[in-house]
Design a protein around this ligand. Structure first.
Ligand SMILES: Cc1cc2nc3c(=O)[nH]c(=O)nc-3n(C[C@H](O)[C@H](O)[C@H](O)COP(=O)(O)O)c2cc1C
Ligand SMILES: [Mn+2]
Length: 451
């Protein structure tokens, strides 16, 4: 059975060092971020389960998906097969099953009984808005025209007891919202809190609007997701075994000042004006666990990278016959390693990829010998192979992410591609420094260390 709790139990029993439970009282303002930061400085990225968050009755779990190893555990595949397994399972979608009720409806608060201040009031960074945020919020909506459901993550800023702001930077939810604006109707949504990692990866699947992320979750699980109809918007489905749901509607008229907020870029996105989400119902399981994602840390970058890399890989393969790998080692930069067949191929690939949305700002192409996740190898290839007046391509006036601090407020940006492959004509012939293989293989370090 897939849910957040069963996954935490698995980590506890199979990866004990990756599950850190904190029993002493911890402040929701800055302290959970500080604790995760100190683990990351020690090159560790465990699940952190805070049993006692000041002012809250619910425990907080954060960094559930903070390592590729745990994503592979959730997927049930070897670490090295994570990307391929994800792509293969996404290609076998399965629609959800619907039941009339489930554990997520064990506790129900309706109307004026809803109080978001009963949730842990998380604040991450010192320059953030003093208003608490809900960061691990999976938003479900149904397109009023196509009737397709959509899932995506959106930050929610708690304003008062039954109101949040909702940040829609891009994507299908924003498109569905614009349809509601044109039709003059508020947009019903459900927010899911507390998810199995495969639900999170499914929600972040990066594909066309007519692919329902719930079906992708079924594919990732290898069995349909069990869902229930939401109580106040029965048109929408929520996972039966989610920890919480919030139901309500996003106003087409009411906007609130939202942010500043430290984003996935690692820097603050500043103040914005975002639509208001008015909450009409809150449901939760007995002993509910509040899931959290510390903004701008490893988990925040890692979670969407699988979906984005899978989509960009399939685009890249329409241009280049042999793509070795793809990676997003830092925000907004994509690296693709290829075996090129002619000198124009990198440029064609760059142009195709830069067209793939606001989160692709810089593209670096390397030869197949380079591991796209290894920044040292990538930058070495750029240093040694690139002649800037020949191999760097710049495109002005593009649509980028408003979270990019060097872009204009509306996200207008320049984009850049760097061809870091060895030129087939221009470069002098090169040989990587190496020693003969038989001599390398014959070295017995253990024997040498023993003296
Ligand atoms: C933790 C987390 C928070 C996110 N917050 C936002 C957000 O506030 N606004 C936004 O537009 N996208 C946000 N995203 C990115 C979208 O959820 C993501 O691009 C999603 O795949 C879009 O779905 P779609 O393809 O159905 O549009 C977030 C992603 C993660 C992992
Ligand atoms: Mn979608």
């Amino acid at each position: 059975m897939h849910d957040l709790r069963s996954f935490l139990d698995r980590v506890r029993s199979e990866r004990a060092p990756e599950m850190v439970e904190v029993h002493r009282e911890v402040q929701p303002r800055y302290e959970t971020t500080a604790i995760l930061t100190q683990f990351e400085r020690r090159m560790r990225s465990p699940v952190l389960l805070f049993r006692n968050i000041a002012g809250a009755t619910f425990p907080v779990v954060t960094n559930v998906c903070g390592s590729r190893g745990r994503l592979a555990l959730a997927m049930g595949c070897p670490l090295g097969d994570l990307g391929r397994t994800f792509r293969e399972r996404c290609a076998r979608p399965m629609p959800p099953e619907v039941a009339s009720t489930g554990p997520v409806h064990e506790n129900v608060r309706l109307g004026t009984d809803v109080d978001l201040r009963a949730l842990p009031q998380m604040v991450y960074h010192q320059d953030d808005s003093p208003h608490p945020y809900i960061t691990a919020a999976m938003v479900v909506v149904r397109d009023p025209e196509s009737r397709r459901a959509n899932l995506s993550y959106h930050r929610l800023m708690i304003v008062v007891a039954r109101k949040t702001g909702i940040f829609m930077e891009h994507g299908h939810l924003l498109e569905v919202f614009q349809k509601h604006v044109r039709a003059g109707r508020d947009m019903p949504i459900a927010v899911i809190l507390g998810a199995h990692p495969l639900w999170s990866l499914g929600a972040l699947y990066s594909g066309p609007a007519d692919v329902e992320e719930y079906d992708i979750i079924g594919g990732l699980q290898g069995r349909p997701l069990e869902t229930v109809n939401c109580l106040t918007c029965p048109d929408l489905l929520a996972p039966s075994r989610a920890e919480f749901t919030l139901e309500g509607s996003v106003s087409i008229n009411e906007r609130i000042e939202e942010g500043p907020f430290g984003e996935f870029t690692g820097v603050s996105s500043g103040k914005t004006s975002s639509p208001a989400f008015n909450v009409g119902a809150m449901t939760y399981r007995n002993d509910a666990i509040f899931q959290d994602i510390v903004s701008g840390h490893a988990e925040h970058l890692l979670l969407p990278s699988l979906g984005l890399e899978a989509r960009l890989l399939s685009v890249a393969r329409t241009v280049v016959k042999h793509v070795r790998g793809i990676g997003m080692p830092v925000p907004l930069t994509i690296v693709v390693s290829i075996e090129k067949s002619d000198n124009n191929e990198p440029r064609r690939l760059i142009e195709k990829l830069l067209d793939c949305g606001i989160h692709v700002k810089h593209v670096v192409i390397t030869d197949a010998s380079v591991d796209p996740g290894n920044l040292r190898q990538v930058l070495t290839a750029v240093s040694l192979n690139t002649q800037a007046d020949r191999d760097v391509y710049i495109y002005g006036n593009q649509q980028g992410s408003p979270c990019d601090p060097s872009a204009l407020e509306n996200g207008q940006t320049a984009k850049m591609g760097i061809d870091g492959t060895l030129s087939q004509s221009g470069n002098r012939s090169v040989a990587a420094n190496a020693v003969p293989k038989e001599i390398l293989d014959a070295v017995n370090i253990d024997a040498i260390l023993r003296g």
